[in-house]
Design a protein around this ligand. Structure first.
Ligand SMILES: *Cc1c(COP(=O)(O)O)cnc(C)c1O
Length: 383
């Protein structure tokens, strides 16, 4: 794991990448239609289906980051004039709204204050409140640190014949994602969060219901690169050239998924919960609370509520980076200047990360004149 000269990535992503995965990326290339590479593609698809808990044949890594996954879902499933209910409980819900507007959809927005989960009843009322074609929202909001239960909202969508799209960028690989069990029709993730693979691929899955909706479109999707039908031609049985797959990134993803498989999905999720709980205990002793109440927190991303009298939070973060070689994130949108975001994702989710970040925070706080007891914080975290 990271030596002291590396930067320990404990922000909202990218997360630390293992030596094995870095080595996988530096293997000699194969052709993107080479039979050995096709076998790697099959393996990646099988592992992604297991992780998404789905049998969807259309499950694959899109070339592009998490936002490309968002775009493939919405650009293929939204038609002009569609009524689309968007849940916004952070920055990424807002990004989905912007995309749907560009696609000519009619957005019905349900919002929650940053730091609170979406209200399922309000979402369900909005879904039932008109001829809804699609509902989209974020499972784990990386901008706020809130995790929500998608099941009741997905069920309401199904009742009225609407499709449900879920942003699993931060959740996949860090907590259970149950696409078929929840009845979600399309979902997307990203490689650089809890999968601990560099940024560059977006695992996505589409249900048969979603594919039928695409087949029945009046006009083909306006995107060529992210056209689900064309991508099926390459990743499905036909193996026709569409675009040149990013071969080295797919090697990296195969490696990341292999490590996840060896650890075991449940063990991996438990590890994320365990280290997050240690972080909460240590922060409390340092006099720092969490923005989000315990019941709503997502373990992979903690928003630390900064004391209102804390001066120059950006300077303190810069000191954590330069003196301790640790990256943590600042607040986004309305939380700018009010929170720090600590990601314990994938390979970063370990006790040594918690210890290092508590020492770093404790020392910069002490340096700014606050009275903190770092040793007690470490004891609380590890005890
Ligand atoms: C990071 C993130 C995205 C965007 O992914 P990029 O890889 O930055 O394009 C979308 N949604 C959520 C919840 C995220 O955390």
């Amino acid at each position: 794991m990271p030596s002291t000269t590396e930067v320990l990535l404990l922000g909202p992503g990218p997360s630390p990448v293992s030596r094995d995965t870095l080595a996988a990326m530096s293997q000699p290339l194969l052709g993107h239609l080479d039979p050995e590479f096709l076998a790697v593609m099959d393996r990646v698809q099988t592992d992604l289906r297991r992780l998404f808990c789905t049998e969807n044949p259309f499950t694959l890594p899109v070339s592009g980051t998490g936002s490309a996954g968002m775009e493939i879902c919405l650009a293929n499933l939204v038609e002009p004039g569609d009524r689309v209910v968007i849940g916004i409980h952070g920055v990424f819900g807002g990004r989905m709204k912007n995309l749907v507007e560009r696609l000519g959809g009619e957005v019905v927005e349900v919002t929650a204050p940053f730091g609170e989960p979406l209200d399922a009843d309000a979402m369900i009322a909005a879904v039932r409140g008109g001829p809804t074609r699609l509902v989209a929202f974020v499972h784990a909001e990386t901008s706020t640190g809130v995790l929500i239960d998608p099941a009741p909202i997905a069920a309401a969508a199904r009742e009225v014949g609407a499709l449900c799209v879920l942003d699993c960028v931060t959740s996949l690989g860090g907590t259970r994602v149950d696409i078929d069990g929840w009845g979600v029709d399309a979902a997307f993730s990203g490689t650089q969060k809890c999968l601990s693979v560099p940024p560059g691929l977006s695992p996505v899955t589409f249900s048969d219901r979603a594919l039928e909706r695409i087949a029945a479109r009046e006009r083909q999707p306006s995107t060529w690169y992210l056209d689900v039908g064309l991508l099926s031609g390459y990743w499905g049985d036909e193996r026709v050239y569409h675009h040149t797959a990013p071969v080295s990134m797919i090697f990296a993803l195969q490696s990341g998924l292999q490590q996840l498989h060896e650890e075991g999905d449940e063990a991996r999720f438990e590890r994320h919960r365990h280290v997050a709980a240690a972080l909460y205990r240590g922060l409390e002793v340092l006099g720092l609370g969490c923005l989000v109440p315990a019941a709503w927190r997502t373990p992979m991303l903690t928003t630390v509520a900064l004391p209102s009298d804390l001066q120059n939070e950006a300077g303190l973060r810069a000191a954590i980076r330069s003196e301790h070689r640790i990256e943590i994130g600042g607040g986004l949108g309305p939380l700018k200047g009010r929170v720090w975001r600590i990601g314990l994702m994938g390979h970063g989710a370990r006790e040594s990360s918690v210890t290092r970040v508590l020492v770093a925070i404790g020392e910069v706080l002490a340096g700014s004149g606050r009275d903190v007891d770092v040793a007690s914080a470490l004891a609380a975290a590890t005890g």
